[in-house]
Design a protein around this ligand. Structure first.
Ligand SMILES: *[C@@H]1O[C@H](CO)[C@@H](O)[C@H](O)[C@H]1NC(C)=O
Ligand SMILES: *[C@@H]1O[C@H](CO)[C@@H](O)[C@H](O)[C@H]1NC(C)=O
Ligand SMILES: *[C@@H]1O[C@H](CO)[C@@H](O)[C@H](O)[C@H]1NC(C)=O
Ligand SMILES: *[C@@H]1O[C@H](CO)[C@@H](O)[C@H](O)[C@H]1NC(C)=O
Ligand SMILES: *[C@@H]1O[C@H](CO)[C@@H](O)[C@H](O)[C@H]1NC(C)=O
Ligand SMILES: *[C@@H]1O[C@H](CO)[C@@H](O)[C@H](O)[C@H]1NC(C)=O
Length: 421
């Protein structure tokens, strides 16, 4: 037990209020204590390491990785001539032990998810905040037939994430149906007893996901009290068979790795208990020295980069039909570099989707041409007030500046908006 200092107790109860003819569930039950010889279906950068860990992402930026149980799971019981689509999705239960590592302490990267999906083709899904599950156009589409339990390590304003360390129940969209700050309720504490956990701590944590077809309640936590709960009729979402597995993605800035150490599943029965002493051990990747170097060089590198490429920083505050501007604290430090929102708006043709260069951790990057100087620019839209995001962005500029010259043809512009809603 010593090598698993923290266990997240997340319990996910999905229940369906349908009483139907008892039928024999397709006999799917498995347990993997390590994944050597597991024959999972892998794609992207996912791989099974020599030590038997399922490595969903390997530290390379802007990548996604998926791993699925090789056979589709007959969710509505045994498929056959008498199986009908009106049959309720069978109860299931799963548990897994995972770990997310970041190269830089305190700076989060993107998360991962347990997935139940109609298809295991995620080739057009995006990495970063989309977790390798969806893309700009497919997010929210009811045709996705996707249930995901996200272990999200970054706050994405576009998905209205509650913070940069949460567990969410996602139906067809990364805008979670319900989410809660990562942690668990300790059974031994009689008064509430909530304990925080940091998903990106690099520690192994265990999650339980249970679905019970007797009610329509969705809940996350373990052992007794759910961390997150909601109601959703899964029979309307999933077809007769579905693929079960994991998805993870990295962003464009910070190197992170996502691992699964053990996984069990039961259809119509409890998932077998995972013996955590038999699992492979997570690598210790967090280098304290490295993070200290980053902290020291960051302000310098950022300033140097800002000067070199002439970065412009801009933020819009719309109030009483007038434009007034706020100086951010980091801006005071580096001096204001501003363009008018109007100019950026025109440069990117009104932040048109066709101008999107890429999607970063917390905002979209648009290509544009400044009307006056005809300079080519890249504009990143972030929310004013997203301190985490700004910190991340500054870090991103610093890393880009120190690693590559790819941005040198562009001006880096931060366009921050105030959300009044
Ligand atoms: C769940 O969905 C199924 C299929 O659409 C429907 O037959 C059933 O009544 C729904 N159950 C509840 C409790 O709403
Ligand atoms: C991650 O995997 C990809 C594809 O398998 C490979 O090209 C890349 O070099 C790997 N990155 C690291 C850091 O190992
Ligand atoms: C691995 O899974 C595939 C299906 O994805 C199956 O065809 C193959 O027989 C399996 N191999 C072994 C060794 O189980
Ligand atoms: C399908 O249902 C019919 C009538 O209820 C029954 O006779 C038959 O054995 C069933 N077939 C299968 C494969 O279960
Ligand atoms: C988004 O994903 C959907 C479904 O996977 C795909 O059909 C569509 O082409 C993708 N859109 C983009 C812009 O890649
Ligand atoms: C747990 O984390 C939340 C959100 O970060 C914070 O508001 C709360 O104070 C923390 N609780 C404890 C006991 O640390």
């Amino acid at each position: 037990m010593k090598h698993l200092p923290f266990l997240v107790h997340l319990f996910f109860l999905l229940c369906l209020g349908l009483s139907l003819t008892t039928r024999c569930a397709g006999d799917v039950q498995f347990i993997f204590s390590g994944f050597t010889g597991a024959n999972l279906t892998l794609d992207g950068v996912a791989a099974v390491t020599a030590g038997g860990m399922l490595e969903l992402t390997n530290g390379t930026l802007q990548r996604k990785g998926h791993a699925f149980y090789p056979a589709p799971v007959p969710l509505r019981g045994a498929a056959g001539p008498n199986a009908t689509t009106t049959t309720a999705v069978e109860s299931f239960s799963t548990s897994f032990v995972f770990g997310v590592m970041s190269d830089h302490v305190g700076l989060s990267a993107h998360g991962m998810a347990f997935v139940v999906a109609a298809s295991r083709d995620f080739s057009s899904a995006l990495p970063s905040g989309y977790l390798g599950l969806l893309n700009v156009t497919s997010d929210g589409d009811t045709g996705n037939r996707l249930l995901a339990v996200e272990l999200d390590t970054m706050q994405n304003d576009e998905f209205r994430d509650i913070n940069g360390n949460h567990v969410g129940i996602d139906i067809n969209s990364l805008h979670s149906l319900r989410s809660y700050s990562a942690g668990y309720y300790n059974d031994d504490d009689n008064n509430n007893g909530f304990r925080n956990l940091t998903l990106i701590s690099g520690e192994a944590m265990q999650v339980w996901v249970d679905y019970d077809r007797e009610t329509t309640r969705i809940a996350v936590a373990k052992p007794k009290r759910p961390l997150v709960s909601a109601r959703y009729n899964l029979s309307t979402l999933l077809k007769d068979v579905a693929y079960i597995g994991f998805s993870a993605a990295t962003g464009g800035t910070l190197r992170s790795r996502h691992y699964v150490l053990g996984w069990s599943f039961g259809l119509g029965r409890p998932a077998p208990a995972i013996d955590i002493t038999k699992l492979p051990k997570l690598p210790r990747t967090v280098s304290k020295d490295r993070s200290r170097i980053l902290q020291i060089t960051l302000p310098l590198a950022t300033a140097a980069f800002l000067l070199t490429v002439g970065a412009a920083v801009f933020m819009l505050v719309q109030r009483n039909r007038r434009y007034s501007e706020l100086l951010e604290d980091w801006e005071i430090e580096f001096g204001p570099h501003r363009f008018l929102y109007k100019d950026l708006f025109h440069a990117t043709e009104g932040f048109k989707n066709s101008c999107i260069l890429g999607i970063g951790g917390f905002g979209k990057v648009y290509r544009g041409v400044l009307p006056m100087s005809k300079s080519e620019i890249a504009v990143k839209r972030v929310s004013h007030g997203s301190r985490q995001g700004m910190k991340q962005f500054i870090a991103e500029i610093a890393l880009v500046a120190s690693n590559t010259a790819t941005l040198c043809n562009y001006l880096a512009i931060v366009s921050a908006e105030v959300n009044f809603s």
